[in-house]
Design a protein around this ligand. Structure first.
Ligand code: PLP
Ligand code: COI
Length: 341
């Protein structure tokens, strides 16, 4: 497979259109079979459900070139299941999970020339999404939907890659109790735009959101879950019904336990105890694991002992093991790696 002539190692996390994308339509109560198209544009009603009432959800996963030259995708079945949950919560028709995985594989295959080579530090980001496409003016679900999958080659989400970042505690909330924080609804990200621009303007890389009800517990950032490491080496992650159940986080917790023999804990994490952790990281498909060096709480700084120069030792081991599994250097647990070719 002849790869595209792209300077892979200088890619950031941006959109570069690739050759093909998958599109399927829901009409009269049923999905059509879907097809690949070269057309990267969409024409819909001015009154489409997505445009008026934000009826849309999405997913994110990555394809990699392994050390031995295979093209693989990491746990797409979990993205399919999560998208089904998002659809149910937003009154959208579920795109069958098996068809979702097949659509993702088909799209990656059609764009294999854009899957960055092994060792380049880049990967092919896969973005499945769905939206209400026909007209709704009263507040109600659309009756027609489009499900699409596009791909784009990406580098690190945060500039500097594995360099520790600085985040701040946000005064804005991301998700309400009993709201939509646990699904991947576009509206959650619209909610976060003001806060992220403000954070960037103040010199911070991301926002740490606290629980909206009590503002005492750590939730997540705009695009990743938290992992903390205690001074005695235990891996702790916040449990909350209003955060997105990150596939990376769930995988890392299993890696920590089964590959690294570490103790793991998913529990409520109070902001007050964050100062006592030894390491902190953000985990997600885009973020992989991005180490956090410093948290700014309204001018008061929490500086982790791992510092601002490199990842802490446990974060590093987690990072190396997970990426080793994804790139085929380390044997994966059953079912984690889906071969495209
Ligand atoms: N939390 C939020 C709000 C996200 O947008 C993402 C990205 O998908 C994650 C967490 C990480 O989830 P995953 O590891 O499944 O990509
Ligand atoms: C992902 O990690 O896939 C995400 O969706 C996060 C983000 C780019 C918002």
């Amino acid at each position: 497979m002849e790869k595209k002539n792209i300077d892979w190692s200088s890619l950031g996390f941006g959109y570069l259109p690739t050759d093909k994308r998958f599109v399927a339509n829901f009409k009269n109560g049923a999905w059509d079979g879907g097809t690949l198209t070269s057309d990267a544009t969409i024409t819909i009603s001015e009154c489409a459900g997505v445009l008026q009432y934000a009826q849309t959800c999405f997913e994110g996963m990555k394809a990699y070139t392994t050390e031995d030259g295979r093209t693989v995708i990491f746990r797409p079945d979990l993205n399919a299941a999560r998208m089904a949950d998002s659809c149910r919560r937003l009154q959208m028709p579920v795109f069958p999970e098996e068809d979702f995985v097949n659509a993702v594989i088909e799209t990656v295959k059609a764009n294999e020339a854009y899957v960055p080579p092994y060792g380049s530090g880049a990967s092919l980001y896969i973005r499945p999404y769905m939206f209400g496409s026909d007209a709704v003016i009263g507040v109600k679900p659309a009756t027609e939907y489009q499900f699409r999958v596009f791909t784009t080659p990406v580098g690190p989400y945060f500039k500097g890659g594995a360099k520790p970042i600085t985040i701040r505690v946000s005064d804005y909330d991301r998700a309400a109790p009993n709201g939509t924080g646990h699904i991947k609804a576009g509206l959650n990200y619209a909610m976060s735009l003001y806060a992220i621009v403000d954070a960037h303007n103040q010199g911070f890389d991301e926002n740490m959101y606290l629980d909206a009800a009590t503002r005492t517990k750590v939730e997540e950032t705009g695009g990743a879950n938290f992992l903390f490491v205690t001074k005695d080496g235990k891996v702790v992650t916040p449990k909350s019904s209003s955060i997105l159940p990150s596939i990376t986080r769930r995988s890392l917790m299993q890696v920590a336990k089964d590959y690294l023999g570490l103790e793991v804990e998913e529990r409520e994490v109070f902001f007050d105890e964050v100062k006592d952790f030894a390491e902190c990281g953000l985990c997600g498909t885009a973020a992989v694991i991005s180490p956090v060096g410093k948290i700014n709480d309204h001018g008061k700084e929490i500086c982790f002992p791992s510092g601002m120069d490199e990842m802490g030792p446990v974060t590093k081991k987690l990072y190396e093991t997970l990426t080793g599994i994804q790139m085929g250097r380390i044997e994966a647990p059953e079912g984690w790696i889906r071969e495209v070719r």
